[in-house]
Design a protein around this ligand. Structure first.
Ligand code: NAP
Ligand code: G4F
Length: 344
């Protein structure tokens, strides 16, 4: 039987690496698009490349979401059954520093892929997944967020992803493309980017414990996030593309914790006893054993506008896709710690 072909934009990112492995284990041929960088940016997928079981089914091409010609040529060349658009300038705070570029890659990049599918007349041949985000809910005041919750994005990143969401809906309705928006809440893993808060906390605390670092500097400790594991979440991306009809789904755990609660959980697992003192920007965590300050807040890590609270109601995915997250936050933290200890 002919292998299915998947084309992944953002293959070098956290989700791209997990999704590639997932699809290869499902016997897909996986083509990934990487952008040119001045030093090699394939660390997260090098193990796949080197694995003899995967090698002939995993190929990378240069391309960029800002470059229509590369997108068009690669879709034409690889003739995919499924396209996953995971490529993005995905850091919320950075999007305030590079708003135009974030819109260009995240918003127009999505349009470029959809337009390539349409202009090649592939709407009946290919299924499309768009990596949407809970950041699109932003400052909406709801206890739980689901597919009907209105968007109120609070960053150039969130706004750019709203464009990507609606252009995906629009191309689905206008041209009958099988296109789905996965509206995913925060998901982490050992290979999470180092400037996202979970990885930064775990890496920082382990380095402090082992004497490589003195302090960890954070921003807002009171924002709440619904954190899951990337391994669980790539499975549901694929599930969305296996349904009879394309649709949009929110994906999350239904549990939410503050950054401070995350720090407390990680510190406990690493073996720190910490005590919080002070308030606001002056809030600090002290290592009870030696009375040293190990965490402080810094203004530069606060955002111009914050998304205070995110909590998912993924009933639709549970019912229609038969999906629920399997990995708890404590197990996710444990896996991230183990990885960090091995790679210190
Ligand atoms: P990530 O680790 O930051 O990966 C982003 C990927 O996009 C990387 O492969 C990156 O390449 C690539 N990329 C950036 N600019 C590009 C461009 N101009 N052209 C082509 N590729 C480009 O993000 P992630 O955590 O895996 O997330 C995957 C997707 O899901 C993103 O779209 C993100 O916005 C979205 N999302 C993530 C979460 C989450 O909690 N992780 C939640 C909701 C939605 P380099 O490796 O070269 O930088
Ligand atoms: O880890 P974060 O940077 O993730 P954020 O902003 O929630 O965005 C992530 O999840 C989104 C899904 O909701 C994705 F779409 C997006 O691509 C990305 O993957 O920050 C989480 C929270 C924020 O409230 C932030 O203000 O942690 C707070 N925080 C506190 N101190 C910090 C820090 N965030 C970072 N990155 N660094 C800090 O020092």
């Amino acid at each position: 039987m002919k292998k299915k072909i998947a084309l992944i934009f953002g293959v070098t990112g956290q989700d791209g690496a997990y999704l590639s492995k997932f699809l290869l284990n499902k016997n897909y041929k996986v083509y990934g698009i990487k952008r040119r960088s001045s030093i090699i940016n394939t660390q997260r997928i090098d193990d796949i490349y080197k694995d003899i079981n995967y090698k002939s089914n995993f190929l990378l091409f240069y391309g960029d979401l800002t470059d229509s010609s590369s997108i068009l040529n690669l879709i034409k060349k690889t003739k995919p059954d499924e396209i996953y658009n995971l490529g993005a300038q995905s850091h919320v705070q950075v999007s305030f520093e590079v708003p135009e570029y974030s819109a260009e890659v995240n918003g127009l990049g999505t349009l470029r892929i959809l337009e390539a599918i349409r202009s090649l007349n592939y709407q009946k041949k290919v299924k499309f997944y768009q990596a949407g985000t809970s950041e699109m809910f932003g400052r909406t005041k709801e206890k739980f967020h689901n597919e009907k919750t209105p968007f109120y994005p609070a960053s150039p990143y969130g706004v750019s992803k709203c464009f990507a969401h609606w252009i995906t809906v629009n191309y689905r309705e206008a041209y009958d493309i099988y296109a789905c928006n996965g509206i995913l809440f925060n998901h982490e893993s050992p290979i999470r980017g180092e400037t996202f808060v979970t990885k930064k906390i775990i890496q920082g605390l382990i380095r402090i414990k082992d004497g490589y670092q003195k302090k960890l500097f954070l921003g807002n400790l009171y924002a709440k996030r619904d954190w899951g594991h990337a391994r669980d979440y790539v499975e549901v991306m694929w599930k969305m593309l296996q349904q009879k009809k394309p649709d949009d789904y929110v994906i999350g755990t239904g549990k939410t914790f503050t950054i401070k609660e995350f720090v407390n959980k990680a510190a406990k697992q690493i073996g720190f006893k910490i005590k919080w003192v002070g308030k606001g920007i002056g809030e600090k965590a002290i290592n009870v054993e030696n009375k040293k300050i190990i965490i402080e807040c810094r203004k530069r890590y606060f955002r111009p506008v914050e998304v205070d609270y995110l909590k998912c109601n993924a009933q639709k995915a549970k019912k229609l896709l038969k999906w629920s997250p399997k990995i708890s936050l404590d197990n996710l933290i444990n896996e991230m710690i183990e990885y960090e200890l091995q790679h210190l």
